[in-house]
Design a protein around this ligand. Structure first.
Ligand code: JAE
Length: 243
């Protein structure tokens, strides 16, 4: 039941960090399977061309449908189709909820576009054969989808059973209760004249929980009021509202 991940890219070496550290161990332990494919393996010309000028003019280049078609036909071949994930600035926002959805899938294929993107007919063609998600990791433009794949694979893999040392932290991390994570502290008690808030050393767990939630509400209110507005009606109690 290990999650299978395939990535198609013209820069396979960009995905090397996924084999380091925690995720590398998860792969070694068979908790997830990662295969990275060089899109140029499916070209047939001496220049290994993967892009061409855009119809309608305009700057930049568009990735050729034929090459992607041959690559995805092969990579996505199998009894049950994968979920095809295509990073793009114009995609649906990637969220912790999507990360949880993806972590429950048996097989994900990530198509990394470069240039101005992939010919739309590729997405349209595969949408009739498998779920195709165009996904954005934020409102900024990168040079290609590879870094977005690193982000998504890390967010997904950490949710897989056994990948994280203590699963509880996956539950309590930011966004699980809809709020940002508040400040955290560790030893020493005083560092450069800055002391750890007394409540955290009080042993009063109710007061600690209350203090942490207050800090999370405060931070969310100041940095991400949109998250507060999105909370369900009953998510904030009287004390919360008084914050
Ligand atoms: N193909 C491509 C190009 C830029 C970019 N920026 C964020 S995701 C993405 C994907």
């Amino acid at each position: 039941e290990a999650l299978r991940i395939d990535v198609v890219t013209i820069f396979p070496e960009y995905l090397a960090p996924l084999r380091a550290a925690l995720l590398g161990k998860a792969i070694d332990r068979g908790l997830l399977q990662l295969d990275v494919h060089d899109l140029r393996n499916w070209t047939h010309d001496v220049h290994k061309a993967v892009d061409d000028s855009p119809y309608g003019g305009g700057p930049g280049m568009v990735m050729k449908p034929q090459v992607w078609g041959e690559a995805l036909d092969e990579v996505c071949a199998g009894p049950t189709p994968p979920r095809l994930v295509v990073p793009t600035p114009g995609g649906r926002p990637f969220t912790q909820e999507m990360a949880r959805e993806y972590a429950a899938e048996p097989w994900l294929v990530f198509a990394c576009g470069r240039y101005e993107g992939i010919d739309q007919r590729v997405l349209d063609h595969y949408a009739s054969r498998m779920p195709v998600d165009e996904v954005s990791i934020g409102d900024y433009v990168l040079v290609g989808g590879e870094v977005a794949v690193l982000v998504m694979v890390e967010a997904v893999a950490r949710l897989l059973p056994g990948v994280l040392g203590n699963p509880a932290s996956a539950q309590e991390d930011s966004f699980s209760d809809g709020l940002l994570e508040g400040p955290c502290y560790t030893r020493p008690e005083v560092w450069r004249d800055l002391a750890v808030p007394d409540v955290l050393r009080s042993g009063n767990h109710a007061a600690i929980a209350r203090w942490r939630r207050d800090r999370a509400l405060e931070r969310t209110f100041h940095r991400r009021p949109d998250l507060l507005a999105a909370l369900p009606e009953d998510a904030l109690d009287r004390h919360d509202r008084a914050m």
